[in-house]
Write a protein that binds this ligand. Structure first.
Ligand SMILES: Cc1cc2nc3c(=O)[nH]c(=O)nc-3n(C[C@H](O)[C@H](O)[C@H](O)COP(=O)(O)O)c2cc1C
Length: 178
């Protein structure tokens, strides 16, 4: 399978990228092909709602890093979203990428992809993740994408702390099990 991984953290060696690495390690061991897109280190413009794309039949007016990502989204069997929680939500850079899905909205809905979500939060309050998960499920529902797994890492202080938890194994097994 082809898996397109979209990460949301600006911290290359942070906690969510550690889980992204573990997810990818598992998926690659199972023979899957990965394309990774680090949204916080990419040049992706905001959707300006010009509607030139007509939600799929015409190209987006922006000529930026989404042009390459677009091809990997259209080829993907699974899209993996990996993000820290910022103010109860995914980071703005990953959301900006999802807003640009508007230009392939119709195509994605016909494709019937699968998706996974991996998140990290500092708070140990389990409910903090609920808005993110609800939003993820709503986006998937709209785009006719099936959720095939969620790992919410909760109460994470640092990468060293994360390594002492079960979450890296969960991310690895999520990738391996696809
Ligand atoms: C701008 C900002 C907003 C944050 N908001 C939340 C939050 O609402 N709830 C929470 O539990 N942690 C919050 N955090 C903490 C991060 O989710 C946490 O540190 C996470 O491990 C960072 O991921 P990273 O290591 O992949 O960058 C926030 C951190 C930042 C920088």
């Amino acid at each position: 399978m082809k898996i397109t991984v979209i990460t949301g953290s600006p911290r290359r060696n942070g906690t969510s990228n550690y889980l992204a690495d573990e997810f990818i390690r598992g998926a690659e061991e199972n023979g899957h092909k990965i394309f990774r897109f680090d949204s916080a280190h990419s040049n992706v413009n905001n959707c300006i709602a010009c509607n030139a794309c007509t939600m799929g039949s015409k190209p987006c007016i922006h000529k930026d890093d989404f042009v390459e990502l677009r091809e990997h989204l259209l080829e993907a069997d699974v899209i993996a979203f990996v993000t820290p929680i910022y103010y109860f939500e995914m980071t703005s850079t990953i959301k900006k990428v999802i807003d640009r899905f508007y230009s392939i909205d119709t195509i994605l809905r016909e494709k019937q992809n699968k998706a996974v979500l991996i998140s990290v939060q500092h708070s140990s309050v389990s409910e903090v993740k609920d808005i993110l998960n609800n939003n993820y499920n709503a986006i998937l529902n709209w785009l006719n994408i099936e959720n095939v797994g969620i790992v919410n890492a909760i109460g994470i202080e640092s990468v060293e702390h994360l390594k002492q938890t079960d979450y890296p194994k969960q991310a690895y097994e999520l990738g391996k099990g696809l």
